[in-house]
Design a protein around this ligand. Sequence first.
Ligand SMILES: Nc1ncnc2c1ncn2[C@@H]1O[C@H](COP(=O)(O)OP(=O)(O)OP(=O)(O)O)[C@@H](O)[C@H]1O
Ligand SMILES: [Mg+2]
Length: 354
Amino acid sequence: MTLLLKATQVTRNFNVKASKTWFAKPRVLRAVNQISLELNSGQTLGLVGESGCGKSTLARMLIGLLPTSSGEITFAGQPIQAKRNAHWRAQRRDMQMVYQDPLAALDRRLKIFDQVQEPLVIQKIGDRAAQLAATREALESVGIGQDLYGRYPHELSGGQRQRVVMARALVLKPQLLVCDEPVSALDLSIQAQVINLLSQLQKSRNLAMLFISHDLRVVRHICDDVAVMYLGKIIEQGPANKILSNPAHPYTAALISAVSHPNGARGFHGTDSKLRKRILLTGEPPNPIDIPTGCAFHPRCPSVLARCKTQAPVKTMLDARHSVACHLHSGTAPLAYMPSANESLLIPPIEALA
Ligand SMILES: Nc1ncnc2c1ncn2[C@@H]1O[C@H](COP(=O)(O)OP(=O)(O)OP(=O)(O)O)[C@@H](O)[C@H]1O
Ligand SMILES: [Mg+2]
């Protein structure tokens, strides 16, 4: 495995008006706050967290669609830049994005085949025959048959459209695919099909993948690793199987406990009934304009300690690959809501979606 993408202390601020009055002074909204991460070729990293925690902002910076406020990003050893010149275009070829809304990502006036072929034409890759062959291959790989080549996006189902978006991204043979909620706009019955296809393509093409999703079931199914974000920071990161069955951060535990099961159960399972209950977070919903002092999660944390209110927790390595930023893991306090080693969390398998 080779290191493909590396982010070091990446931050993104936006100046926003906190109120609608014309004289209100702009305030700084810190959407992404000093995030560092690495992604190897062939590795899949899931990015999870509540709405507004900065997932899309981080993803857009990672692929050069949005400038950073500070920090460094490199792709295959080369600095990523958001300035749209020839170097940017060449780099972007290797990094493709699949968005939540396939209809918005497609040109309504272009037929499916032309739509998938277009990036090759724009980037002047190969001669006409090679472009036709590559387009056919990409469409075939996502299961779009020749009968659909002449149709327009609005003449396809949601699942078919998302397959076309995937073909358009794959036709350039990228090394990195960034998927931002790729199935959340699709019917439940179609979600599992598209996810399984994505997982297959990722493996067969050895793609690195950053996968943003609210759905922890999907993340566990498709991702090697998971990073949990809260108010612009990664608060826990490591192997998906491990974190989603034995979280170290109370926020991760709360996210997992909110996963609903087809049989109506939630979150934890095991002998302790407390662990089977949903962990309801108290306090105000997070606001990135007014990030709390100390640990940003402390006003809502069920296990809050005195020092959480004043001291920001630093990243602690629990083992070689599992990191957490939480005072519960830097001292001797009891780990409330933390499952013991023989407890596990039950997240229903992806097949249950079908
Ligand atoms: N261009 C912008 N101008 C001002 N604020 C912005 C801008 N883009 C994002 N934000 C703010 O930055 C924060 C993070 O937004 P972002 O879209 O990255 O969240 P997200 O985690 O992707 O949320 P969701 O799950 O809803 O997609 C939000 O508070 C959002 O309002
Ligand atoms: Mg988003």
